[in-house]
Design a protein around this ligand. Structure first.
Ligand code: FUB
Ligand code: ZN
Length: 611
């Protein structure tokens, strides 16, 4: 297998401690994962398995891909075990893995909707049956469990299914792809873990087959599942956002592990398409509800943003792989994108209790907005299409994986999180300790302890928005370099300090984003802010605020104070074109977007109009 430039660290090697991400991981362990476990029971997912083997009389419940809720929950438990070393769900795992084993057919097949509802459709309508998508989640959960705790019972099940897929659809055999990409990234990971090249070959074949008319086009056309052009020619992100982004994660995984001519250029172009023309400020993706899809370039409406939580999760997967693959945008941009996604769209997807979730993550909620099935006004405890909640759980459990990487002679810190990082073997056996309350506070202290290989260096990302940009040490200042990282010796006993400039700043959108013309957002460090009705007097509506040109002021509690006027406009829907008339002056509280919706449901907006 080809060497990768950046090497990830093992999950247990990065321990997030007291900061924002560490606290979130504990909430994930205490609340979100137990909640997912309860929900896969109460939503009928486990009964779907039981009924196949005569252990339940219930009718099949949920969508064709509901099995994946179980597999994502198992994956979350696996990464949580790797992180904490605690095996608190072992008995539950024993039960559910034994259940999946009983349901698996002798040839390796397991998919409860096909088995229990429509056996006649087995691999017959892959444009919508999600059989390989579900297999992908099974494989990812199984490898995670094996990596985390050495437990291989689920891996045995997953391999038997993967072997069946290889027997049927591997090189030289029948051509097939799944309507929902996901199996590709899973197969590469299975190849990585087992060393079996045939899983890599199967992933490569499926990637090569995309865009060649293998799937019949459905109601939304072949671009819905990225089957309109071959992957190497697909330079624009299009169609269902989660599908495009999981596909890109799989393609980038393949180029990390194998010779894959043409794929690198396609992925660089895709990354620019997604992040330079189709990303919401919060790190969310997908403007359209109808087909859960990307819009055209610069089509980024705030209140009708679909912005599915799973699309942010998928982009974190992909963007991390682009960092590892040394993609054209460079590690700092990839890391800063992941930071934006984690601290904004992903964090907003779950409430303060860890048990209620958004599926869609719009950047504006009008006061009269009605709840829609996957876009409710308030977070809800589960969904009939429950792809998002367990996706949040598995992602939060492995946040440590995105914090650092290693190259020959260097440890790279990409995410400024309170953490203890064990050096990977070639760099020594010591530890790097990062102490910080970032992103609430801009001070980051870094200490090196223990044995370190001679000449090794530490590369620390200094965010692009910070005007203060040097790492301070006893021997002086080490400035941010052109690639966005400061370099210091990885010397035992060394102590470095970074004091980031967290002055709140206004952000505007590209002039082609018509939905945002004349509006500004406020950011502080990596956090996007919003104004919520709950912070305003009832006489002042969020949608009547007009931002005045005064610098926002930081509050003690992570909030900001903005100077706003109130629009004083006639009621006419249309009238002769003049700037917005406004009156009065109000000090208005803005809160991190990640925390909105934790009080009474009401209006909210990220982008505020200017006069
Ligand atoms: O199709 C499986 C999942 O359900 C997708 O990734 C989500 O967008 C939702 O449609
Ligand atoms: Zn989802």
């Amino acid at each position: 297998m080809a060497a990768t430039r950046h090497r990830p660290l093992a999950v247990p090697a990065v321990r997030l401690r007291g900061g924002a991400l560490g606290r979130w991981q504990r909430l994930n362990a205490e609340a979100t994962i137990p909640h997912c476990i309860a929900q896969v029971e109460s939503s009928g997912v486990l009964d779907n398995f039981r009924r196949i083997v005569g252990e339940s009389d219930a009718a099949h419940r949920g969508f064709v891909f509901a099995d994946s809720d179980l597999y994502k929950t198992i994956e979350a438990i696996a990464w949580e075990t790797a992180r904490s070393g605690e095996r608190r769900h072992e008995a539950w795992l024993d039960d559910v893995i034994a259940l999946v084993a009983r349901v698996q057919e002798p040839d390796g097949y397991v998919h409860t909707w096909i088995q229990g509802v429509h056996p006649d459709k087995r691999f017959a309508e892959q444009e919508w049956t999600h059989e390989m998508y579900v297999a992908g989640h099974l494989i990812q959960a199984a490898v995670a469990l094996a990596r985390a705790s050495g437990r291989t019972d689920l891996l045995d099940i997953a391999r038997r299914f993967a072997d069946l897929l290889d027997d049927l659809f591997g090189p030289g055999r029948q051509d097939a792809i799944c309507g929902h990409p996901e199996i590709e990234t899973a197969l590469v990971e299975l190849a990585r873990f087992t060393g079996e090249e045939r899983y890599l070959a199967l992933a490569a074949k499926m990637i090569d087959l995309r865009g060649r008319g293998v799937l019949p086009a459905g109601a939304f056309g072949p671009q819905y599942f990225q089957d309109h052009v071959p992957v190497r020619e697909a330079t624009t992100a299009i169609g269902h956002a989660v599908r495009q982004l999981y596909l890109n994660a799989g393609v980038t995984d393949l180029l990390l592990e194998a010779d894959a001519p043409g794929l690198r250029a396609a992925m660089d172009a895709q990354w620019a398409s997604v992040h330079e023309r189709k990303m919401y400020l919060t790190g969310a993706f997908g403007a359209r509800h109808r087909d859960e899809a990307f819009g055209d370039d610069y089509e980024l409406p705030s209140e009708r943003a679909y912005a599915e939580t799973c699309a942010t999760v998928a982009d974190i997967h992909w963007t991390w792989r682009m960092l590892l693959a040394d993609g054209a945008a460079g590690p700092a941009r990839y890391a800063e994108t992941i930071e934006r996604e984690v601290h904004n769209a992903l964090a907003a997807a779950v409430d303060a209790s860890g048990t209620r979730f958004f599926y869609a993550n719009p950047l504006q909620q009008r006061p009269d907005r009605h709840s829609e099935e996957n876009a409710p006004r308030q977070r809800t405890s589960w969904y009939s299409c429950a792809c998002c909640p367990p996706n949040v759980a598995r992602t939060v459990a492995q946040l440590g994986a995105y914090v650092a990487s290693a190259t020959d002679g260097a440890l790279w810190i990409h995410q400024l999180a309170d953490a203890e990082i064990d050096l990977p073997a070639p760099l020594g056996s010591g530890t790097v300790r990062v102490c910080t309350e970032y992103p609430v506070d801009g001070r980051v202290d870094i200490e090196v302890a223990g044995d370190v290989a001679a000449g090794a260096v530490l590369r620390v990302r200094v965010p692009s928005w910070s005007s203060a940009s040097s790492l301070e040490a006893a021997d002086g200042a080490h400035p941010r370099e052109a690639d966005g990282y400061a370099t210091v010796p990885l010397a035992p006993g060394a102590h470095y300090r970074l004091e980031l400039d967290l002055t709140p700043r206004f952000t505007r959108a590209h002039h082609r984003v018509d939905a945002l013309r004349g509006a500004l957002a406020v950011e502080r460090g990596p956090l996007v802010y919003c104004v919520e009705q709950a912070d305003l007097p009832s006489t002042l509506a969020v949608d009547d605020l007009v931002l005045l040109p005064a610098d926002p002021v930081s509050g003690e509690d992570g909030t900001l104070r903005l100077r706003c006027a109130e629009a004083a406009e006639p009621d006419d829907l249309y009238r002769s074109g003049q700037p917005v008339a406004a009156r009065g002056e109000h000090e208005v509280t803005a809160i991190p977007f990640a925390t909105w919706g934790n009080r009474a449901p009401g209006a909210m907006r990220v982008w505020l109009p200017t006069p």
